[in-house]
Design a protein around this ligand. Structure first.
Ligand SMILES: Cc1ncc(C[n+]2csc(CCOP(=O)(O)OP(=O)(O)O)c2C)c(N)n1
Ligand SMILES: [Mg+2]
Length: 350
């Protein structure tokens, strides 16, 4: 991982955390209605996977998808405006938190139905094969979605037709309040892929670099025409299932344990070790590397100024997104009719 890449990961993960925490506040203020499923704790998955993709790949994801949209390049203003249900949102304010969409960036949604992403991804994958293009589809799903019939139907077809689909399980170990070992006879999701002879790997989903490398490897195989792959990223959400859920079914010690391996903190620590500031080097003294490492580990952060700069930049971006969303108009009934008629005529809204 070179410095530019590390900083890009760190930027996206910091933005993701700040965006989601701000969305929670806006929900409490009544500016966001309906369901709101947040992503803190899971950032390394979306960032690691999506940084390994090409712009020509398609993304299909669940209702916990604000961060995926941001990493894919949908402007924070448009994502926040969509959460607010405003007309300049990426789905014109008619989708809301669970239905973000951006055809230009091949971000094919945001789906609220558990297990809905697989058949959509398989359909897109089939289209790619028919056109013989070097593209792939990334299909995200939760651990709670692997007992849906669509999982098995879709994996079967994807394997049979050698479709270019990367199935990515975001295993945060809970389906709302039910732990994976209570809802799944086979809690190791990656093992299920072997039923369809799909190569699969389990990775530490709290480590952005490991997720990135596993995705790169899987996509190389897919682009070589060998058919689908599956990656299970073991991760953890710090908040409840949605804003309506205080998450009190989880032992506090479990939440604390995962917060100690917070992916954002880990990314900061890695950068701090690899790229120390001149001040850090100076204070480390002649004993150099070992002392410096100890120092950086104790502090657990990059040099102060660059962290502050990054945080300020990201906060300003989120603040601008909220202001944009507040000032945006609501969609009108005419907008809804346009969308409906356009779909009936098979046109695409631009
Ligand atoms: C077909 C269907 N059944 C039930 C629900 C209600 N529901 C919404 S989210 C969810 C839990 C899904 O858990 P998981 O797939 O692990 O994703 P996570 O929320 O943990 O990211 C359920 C059961 C739904 N949306 N769709
Ligand atoms: Mg889950």
């Amino acid at each position: 991982m070179d410095r530019d890449q590390a900083l890009a990961f760190l930027h996206d993960m910091t933005l993701a955390r700040a965006f989601e925490e701000r969305a929670a506040q806006e929900y409490m203020q009544g500016n966001i209605a309906g369901f709101l499923h947040l992503y803190p704790g899971e950032e390394a998955v979306a960032v690691g996977v999506l940084h390994a993709c090409e712009a020509s790949d398609y993304i299909v994801t669940t209702y916990r998808e604000h961060v995926h949209a941001l990493v894919r390049g949908v402007p924070a203003e448009e994502v926040m405006a969509e959460l607010f249900g405003k007309s300049h949102g990426c789905s014109r304010g008619m989708g809301g938190s669970m239905h973000l969409f951006d055809a230009e960036r091949r971000f094919m949604g945001g789906y609220a139905i558990v297990g809905e992403t697989y058949p959509v991804a398989v359909g897109i994958g089939y289209g790619i094969v028919l056109k013989d293009l070097p593209e792939a589809v990334i299909c995200f799903f939760g651990d709670g979605a692997v007992n849906q019939g669509t999982f098995h139907e879709s994996l079967n077809m994807a394997a049979l037709w050698k479709l270019p689909v990367l199935f990515v399980c975001e295993n945060n170990q809970y389906q709302i309040g039910t732990e994976i070992h209570r809802h799944s006879a086979v809690p190791e999701v990656y093992k299920r892929a072997s039923a369809y002879r799909i190569p699969a790997e389990r990775v530490d989903g709290m480590d952005v670099l490991k997720v990135y490398e596993a995705t790169q490897h899987a996509l190389q195989q897919i682009r070589a025409g060998t058919g689908p792959q599956l990656i299970e990223c073991v991760t953890y959400r710090f908040r409840g299932h949605s804003m309506a859920d205080p998450g009190s079914y989880r032992p506090p010690v479990e939440v604390k344990a995962f917060q100690q391996v917070d992916p954002v903190e880990m990314a900061l620590r890695e950068l701090s070790l690899a790229y120390p500031s001149p001040e850090q080097i100076a204070t480390a003294g002649p004993d150099c590397l070992l002392r410096l490492r100890e120092y950086c580990l104790d502090q657990g952060h990059l040099h102060e100024e660059s962290i502050k700069d990054l945080e300020q930049k990201v906060q300003a971006e989120v603040e601008a997104a909220v202001q944009f969303a507040l000032e945006c108009p609501e969609p009108t009934m005419d907008d809804a009719w346009d969308a409906l008629l356009c779909n009936r005529n098979g046109e695409v809204l631009t």
